[in-house]
Write a protein that binds this ligand. Structure first.
Ligand code: HEC
Ligand code: HEC
Length: 364
């Protein structure tokens, strides 16, 4: 503006008198122009987007996460790339199946109504797709804990012949010929190139920041919501009978146990990985967060409802050499305890999480 004033003062620039007196009106559009042309506007935009991009914030009272984002910093470009990959069937052999086909947001990223997940060509898998949330706290993955690193996890479904049945090298080739992926990878990782590690790191930025910590239970603990008498009693029953394995606040202690589904388990579970007799038929204790949304239940999806799950713990626990001692006598609950426990389990549903637009599929 000074330059304009100076030019007018020196007579280099002649402005009609009316405009001259209103010269300061030019200041606003002119300074907006200057801001948008200098990098400041871009930096402001990045700043705003960064604050929309989820980061791994540890909720009050939770333990430290297991996965460390220090080496894989979550950025808007990395997160968006991860989101696109997660929902893109390009990751499967015949380009029909995405991670998001079996992990649906409205079901807390489990596979609704699928007892065991169907992969490519409708071939049956052998296990139920678990919900995906709070993965950064998980020390290992899969019902049997076969995978130890969240970053390495996606290789399993991509290369599994009954899931996506694709080869990762071929995925990389396909990504390289895509119109937008090469630029997206450059934006996310600062240099040209698409490789396995970058694919996995981007997916991890997306999956690893899916934190579910805003259920009614969480709001109740924070003092922002009240519980009905039944829900309060249900929480008490839960703490007495279930929390030794489904430990708060993550609702699992991440141990592997046999909760008595079968006398002689057809799926060896953890023993597939360790080959130890003591692990025969043991599976990772699953989180019960969002449990109302992730039916059907258990590693093979054998129970369609939470009522059936409670029937199992009350009447159906099967003895075997590896049955967890805590369940040796089943769990005795009277009718009121049972129905209040059920009500409590429904307070673990996190509507904020399943409706969070940042984790949804985009139309891009
Ligand atoms: C055909 C359905 C299907 C597809 C496609 C699929 N998954 Fe899965 N996912 C499963 C099943 C089933 C399991 C459990 C497998 C097991 O425990 O043996 C699982 C387990 C997982 C787990 C471990 C969760 C836990 O709690 O241990 C993660 C993470 C995961 N999938 C991410 C992905 C990603 C990323 C993709 C895409 C690259 C993907 N999945 C594609 C069905 C699928
Ligand atoms: C001894 C440890 C233990 C106790 C006690 C226990 N559970 Fe479990 N629970 C497990 C294990 C292990 C699994 C997974 C079993 C499988 O799929 O093979 C499981 C699975 C479940 C599932 C299915 C979750 C899913 O995502 O499919 C629900 C629901 C459940 N338990 C609720 C409860 C309730 C309610 C109680 C108390 C009445 C309870 N559990 C007590 C160990 C336990």
């Amino acid at each position: 503006m000074n330059a304009v004033r100076k030019a007018v003062a020196k007579g280099w620039l002649k402005l009609p008198g009316k405009l001259k007196s209103k010269l300061w009106w030019l200041a606003l559009p002119l300074s907006l122009f200057v801001i948008s042309e200098s990098g400041a506007y871009l930096r402001l935009q990045t700043f705003i987007r960064l604050h929309q991009t989820p980061q791994l914030n540890v909720p009050n009272g939770w333990p430290a996460p297991h996965y460390d984002f220090a080496d894989n910093r979550v950025t808007p470009a990395g997160f968006e790339l991860g989101r696109r990959l997660f929902y893109d069937p390009i990751l499967s052999r015949d380009n029909t199946m995405a991670c998001g086909s079996c992990h649906q947001q409205f079901a807390a990223f489990a596979h609704l109504d699928h007892r065991i997940s169907h992969g490519i060509g409708g071939v049956n898998g052998k296990r139920n797709a678990p919900g995906l949330f709070n993965l950064a706290w998980q020390p290992n993955f899969m019902w049997d804990g076969a995978v130890h690193n969240l970053e390495l996890q996606p290789i399993a479904p991509i290369e599994n012949p009954i899931e996506m049945d694709e080869k990762i090298v071929h995925v990389i080739e396909k990504l390289n010929t895509d119109r937008r992926y090469p630029a997206q990878f450059r934006a996310a990782f600062g240099s040209n190139g698409i490789d396995t590690q970058r694919v996995f790191r981007a997916l991890t930025q997306f999956m690893g920041t899916m934190v579910s910590s805003d259920s009614r239970y969480d709001q109740y603990l924070a003092g922002n919501q009240s519980f009905s008498a039944a829900e309060k009693h249900g929480l008490q029953v839960f703490r007495e009978h279930c929390a030794s394995c489904h430990q708060e606040p993550l609702f699992t202690d991440y141990s592997f146990r046999n909760n008595g589904l079968d006398r002689s388990p057809p799926d060896r579970g953890r023993a597939d990985v360790t080959h130890a007799a003591a692990d025969e038929g043991t599976f990772r204790v699953p989180s019960l967060r969002n449990i109302e949304l992730t039916a059907p239940y258990m590693h093979d999806g054998r129970y369609a409802t939470l009522e059936q799950v409670l029937d199992h713990y009350i009447n159906g626990v099967q003895p075997s050499a590896t049955l967890d001692p805590l369940l040796a006598k089943g769990i005795q609950l009277d009718a009121a305890e049972r129905s209040d426990l059920l009500q409590f389990l429904k307070t673990l549903t996190d509507e904020t999480f399943v409706n969070d637009p940042r984790f949804a599929e985009t139309d891009e």
